[in-house]
Design a protein around this ligand. Structure first.
Ligand SMILES: [Zn+2]
Length: 272
């Protein structure tokens, strides 16, 4: 239920931030501009009982709205059901900040566990906004980039990072950003946008250098496959642009949650 409600809010961010509209204020129909009432705005339900049309002007509503709500809810359930993630394959143990008794230690661990979940829910939410705002408007809003970085920082804190590990994450951030920056500079912003460069920085900061590079790799492979597919289906020509952000999001989520499966797959494929 929380995921559906947050998903509904993410829809607002996806549509308003790229157009520099205020995110507060009533939602209105994009077509007839009529303000929407509370019962037009219930996640999924409104879409279904209104028959996917605006109540006032009858304009067809995009299926993307309920889709974002469903994806957000599904990912929230997934994140909450996960055991504690670990940073770069180190044994999963909750931070023990040294409470004086076992009970205090356990309570602290629970707090850290809850913080980790909040950080991951934030990361997943920002990833969803990046996916759809880049897909729809070819823009990744700066406020979302900053929020993603902040949630990633929070996640690292719950893993108990030392200053050395933090420094290593910053180095990884620059290293993962570099290939995207080079493509951005060489193609003069036509191959990649500067939003992709900033996004790659957060990706490296969160995942570290090896997983960050693998996330880029996953992004390039899925991007190439989808691009070839679209050209083959004649939906796109050889020179048309496809936003890269959504593929980086796929890379981020797969490396964050399915790292072991991806490494197994690559081992099998390249026989190392
Ligand atoms: Zn309308």
């Amino acid at each position: 239920m929380l995921g559906l409600a947050i998903g509904s809010f993410l829809n607002v961010l996806i549509d308003r931030l790229p157009q520099e509209e205020s995110i507060i204020g009533r939602s209105h129909c994009d077509h007839c501009k009529k303000d929407l009432a509370w019962n037009d705005l219930m996640p999924i339900l409104s879409y279904v009982y209104l028959g996917a049309r605006c109540r006032y002007c009858g304009k067809k509503l995009s299926f993307v709205y309920p889709l974002v709500e469903i994806i957000t809810a599904a990912l929230f359930v997934f994140v909450v059901s996960l055991p504690s993630l670990n940073l770069r394959g180190s044994p999963a143990s909750l931070l023990n900040l040294g409470g004086s008794s076992a009970v205090e230690g356990a309570l602290l661990s629970i707090h850290v566990f809850v913080l980790e979940k909040l950080a991951l829910l934030g990361i997943v939410s920002m990833a969803i906004v990046i996916f759809f705002s880049d897909l729809k408007y070819q823009i990744i809003p700066d406020s979302i980039q900053l929020s993603l970085f902040a949630f990633s920082f929070l996640f690292l804190i719950t893993k108990g990072v030392t200053p050395q590990v933090f420094l290593a994450q910053v180095v990884a951030a620059f290293a993962v950003m570099l290939p995207i920056l080079i493509i951005f500079l060489v193609t003069r912003g036509k191959g990649m946008g500067f939003g992709d460069v900033k996004f790659a920085f957060s990706l490296g900061f969160l995942l570290g250098i090896v997983d960050g590079v693998l996330a880029l790799y996953t992004g390039f492979i899925t991007g190439a496959l989808v691009g070839i597919g679209l050209i083959f289906l004649r939906k796109k020509g050889l020179k048309s642009k496809i936003a890269f952000g959504p593929f980086l999001v796929l890379g981020l989520l797969t490396m964050l949650f399915f790292k072991n499966n991806i490494v197994q797959l690559l081992k099998h494929f390249y026989r190392f």
